[in-house]
Each structure stands twice: as C-alpha cells, then as structure tokens.
Design a protein around this ligand. Structure first.
Ligand SMILES: Nc1ncnc2c1ncn2[C@@H]1O[C@H](COP(=O)(O)OP(=O)(O)O)[C@@H](O)[C@H]1O
Ligand SMILES: [Mg+2]
Length: 468
C-alpha cells in the first residue's frame, strides 16, 4: 500500500453547513465500504467531535494535531479508533500555533512525508485561516458543503484563493448539504438542490451530482442522554442520508481508483528531486574546493592543528577553499595595525581586534592606483554593515620587494585570484567565517545562499570606488 495518502478536505467559511458531520461520517463510510483501506480523520477545529466519536473506551491519547503541525511524523500520531477509523486527536491550542505554521504549503509537505497510507479526511474551521489554507492546498479533493445562497456566495473566497496562488481548481467541488427535500419550487428549479446546483454551475463552480439531505434523524445523532455522537452508518440506516453517503463514498472511491498520482505523491517526488538537486549542487561546490590553505599551504580540511576557520571564494567563483583560522587572523591583525608595529597574541588589543572581526566577512580586491598596485580591504558585519575599508599599498603584487604583511596579502591574492585578474571586474576575494567543526556546511544550500547574499552586500559596498 502506498505510504502517500489521498487527502479529502471539507471546507466552508460558513458554520453549520454540515462540515463536521460530513467529514466524520464520510470517514466511517469509506472504511465500511473499503475495509482494506486505511482511513484517517482529524480536525483543525476545536470542538473535539472527532475525539468524541472515535476514541475507544479507556484509550489514552498521545499527541494531537498540534504535534502534527509542530513536525511530529503523522504515522506516530495515528490512533486506532471506533469503526476501524484512525484519528489524530484534536487540540485546543491551534489558534496559538497558527502564527508558527510555516506557510500555506506546510501540511502538503507533511502529508508527503507523513507515511500515512490510504485516505485522510480533514475537517476545518469555518474560516480561511492559515490552517484551512494548508488543508485546502494539501487536498486531492476539497468538498465544499453549501446549504443556501449565503454559503454559495462564500465559496467565492476559496476559488479566489486558488486563483491567487495559481493552483488548479479541479480539486474543488461543491456538495449541497442540509437540503430540505420538502421544499419545492414551481418552474425550472424544482427544489433547493437543483437551484443550488444551477447557481453553482452558473458561477463556474463544479458541483457534485450527489447531495446530503436534511434529516431530523441525522440531526438527533449528537443529542442523546449518553452525550455521544452516533454515526449515520449505524444509527440512521433507513434514512435518505444513509443512501446519499453511500453514493458520495462510491464517488470518492472511484476518484481514488482513477487517480494517477496523489498530491502527496507529487509533492514527495518534487521533494526527492529537490533533495537530489541540492546534493548535486553541494557535491559540485565541494568538488571545486582547494585542498590547501592559500596562506600557509597546509591541508585546510581535517586539519586538527589548524582547523579551517574561514571559507574563501573569488568573485568569479573560479577558486574556492578554506583558510586556516590562525593564518587569517594573524594576517588581519597585522594589516590593521600601523605598519611596522606588532602585537603579541596575549595583548588585549589583539583580542579586541580579533573579537571585532571574528564574525565579519572580508573582501579583498586588488586595485590599480596609477602605477602602484594596492589592495582594498573591506569588512562587513553579519548584518551587512561596512566596518572596515582601507587601501594597502602592495607593491609585492607586481613582484617588487615589500614588507612581510603586504607580501602575505599579495601571496593570498596571487594563489586565489591569480596575478592576471588585477583590475578586472569580479577579481576580488571574499573570506567568510565558518564553524571549524563543520566547515563544509557553508556549502549546503541555505548557508551558501546566505553567504551569497552577504557577498552581494559586499559588492554593493564596492560600487562607489574609494577616491584617494
Ligand atoms: N444531514 C443533516 N440533517 C440534519 N441535520 C444535520 C445534518 N448534517 C448536520 N446536521 C446538523 O447541523 C448542525 C451543523 O452541523 P455540523 O456538521 O456541525 O456543521 P459545521 O461543521 O459546518 O459547523 C449540527 O447540529 C448537525 O447535527
Ligand atoms: Mg464543524
């Protein structure tokens, strides 16, 4: 059995149109008519109808839909319930959770990775909040109960929502509910159901042929001395509604049979492809990494004595690798001090300098100033603010004698950018701090993206050239 569920969401902004009755009873009929199928139901509302209907006596629920939305795998939250239907217990803290839900596609992603097989039926609140939106976008089939003109008018918002996100609306279908079969009209529209369907079609909405009638028997199923909520399957056998649920369930099962690929399967395939793409991008970035520190020449990765503290990349991306932490901090301290002076590592000024620049991203650019070669040194803090910018006369870049610190800087530029790049656009070096315990993580998608953003900020700072 596929580990990707087929998701049916029941949604309407109107309360009292029969959503919860439809969701819970549809789950029961689905299970009754396809015993081999795993059927799960849960609700984003806080009325606990699902729990009252499905919890087994003495069952101690562990985990709720709140945990699902917090990332607990769906399969770990399934409770085997009454009538053979699985349920995920309801929660009354969902309103607080709404702000932390990671966007409207979060549930679709969860459904793709939940490993819940079979069918999931989701009951929603009568509003189009972020949870309902999630339930709508995760669904293979959205059933929108309409009982009157007001609820029909309200459907517009769901359709508009799908339009605004550019989503295919073929999953959306109206179903007339709580239809009073006794009400008859003269003329073309014989009854409420025909009228609702005609109006729906006129507005371009798909409307199911089947419907759910209003029945006093069904209405009485949640009002009894036991305080229980009985299902239509067992307690309203002789009613029209029973037959209508059979019809609706057949329709849903036929849709499932005819389905090529569920939303969860599509999403899962996309996630896998995305993973492969990320892995390939990481591998190609990793493959281009130079094995040695461009300052001291010793191996830069897996170097216990000199752990890599910084990642470097040239402006054109042609050269990249890691710099041993001490090498770069020594160089920067030397460059930032007045020429000829030096600091012992224990000097508080040295510590101060290193602290100030520890999280900074450095940009080093060779520039031609008349006949002289210079290096422009710039540092920006993690927020993108420029904290250092200076030019260093660096004759060594052109091969003549220079003092030690400038020679080291020139050497760094030579082995990374190369002597050819002088003055050309894109010939600069970015040096960015990394976690010495996991230096390569900077090459992973998200970290690398943030690095590229910082690099962009550096380049923006570069735009107005320094005039001397
Ligand atoms: N087919 C039906 N016939 C008669 N009453 C119904 C029917 N379906 C639902 N009801 C009643 O209508 C009310 C609202 O139903 P409910 O399923 O809670 O709607 P919603 O979830 O949209 O608020 C409940 O009192 C329920 O018993
Ligand atoms: Mg409800």
């Amino acid at each position: 059995m596929s580990q990707h569920p087929y998701v049916i969401t029941i949604s309407s902004e109107k309360g009292g149109v029969g959503k919860t009755t439809l969701a819970t009873n549809l789950a029961i009929f689905l299970k009754a008519m396809r015993e081999d199928l795993s059927v799960t139901v849960f609700s984003f509302d806080n009325h606990f109808t699902v729990d009252k209907m499905f919890a087994l006596p003495g069952q101690h629920p562990h985990g709720t839909v709140a945990e699902l939305l917090s990332g607990t795998p769906g399969r770990d939250l399934l409770h085997t319930g009454q009538y053979g239907v699985n349920y995920i217990p309801s929660s009354n803290v969902l309103s607080e959770l709404r702000s932390s839900v990671q966007g409207p596609m979060f549930l679709a992603r969860l459904m793709a990775t939940s490993c819940i097989p079979g069918i999931i039926v989701i009951d929603t609140r009568p509003e189009l909040d972020i949870l309902t939106q999630n339930a709508l976008y995760a669904a293979d089939q959205v059933l929108i109960p309409v009982k009157d003109m007001a609820s029909l008018e309200n459907c517009r918002n769901i359709f508009t929502l799908f339009d605004s996100r550019g989503l295919d609306k073929k999953s959306l279908a109206l179903i007339p509910c709580l239809v009073d079969s006794r009400v008859k009209f003269d003329g073309m529209f014989r009854d409420q159901r025909t009228l609702l369907k005609a109006f729906a079609i006129n507005r371009g909405y798909r409307c199911l042929d089947t419907y759910i009638a209003k029945s006093p028997k069904v209405d009485s199923l949640n009002t009894n001395p036991d305080g229980r909520i009985f299902p239509i399957l067992t307690h309203a056998r002789g009613t029209d509604v029973f037959g209508q649920f059979v019809q609706l369930t057949r329709l849903m099962l036929a849709a499932l049979r005819g389905l090529k690929e569920s939303r969860a399967q599509q999403f899962s395939a996309w996630l896998n492809a995305e993973d492969e793409r990320r892995n390939a991008a990481f591998a190609s970035r990793r493959a281009a990494v130079k094995a040695h520190c461009p300052i001291c020449g010793s191996p830069s990765l897996d170097n216990v004595n000199h752990p890599p503290g910084l990642y470097y990349e040239t402006g054109d991306g042609g050269s990249r690798g890691f710099i041993n932490g001490d090498c770069f901090s020594d160089l920067i301290t030397a460059l930032l001090l007045p020429s000829g002076s030096s600091l012992s590592p224990s000097d508080p000024l040295s510590t101060l300098l290193l602290d100030a620049t520890a999280a900074a991203t450095f940009l080093i650019r060779p520039v031609q100033n008349g006949a002289a070669a210079q290096m422009e040194l710039m540092a920006i803090d993690p927020g993108g603010k420029q904290i250092i910018r200076q030019r260093i006369a660096c004759y060594g870049y052109e091969g003549s004698i220079t003092n030690r610190r400038e020679a080291r800087l020139a050497h760094l530029v030579n082995v990374t950018i190369g002597a050819q790049g002088l003055g050309q656009e894109g010939s600069f070096l970015i040096v960015h701090p990394v976690n010495p315990r996991a230096p390569e993580s900077i090459l992973q998608e998200e970290s690398y993206r943030s690095f590229r953003k910082l690099r962009q900020r550096c380049m923006e700072h570069l735009a107005p050239a320094v005039t001397q």
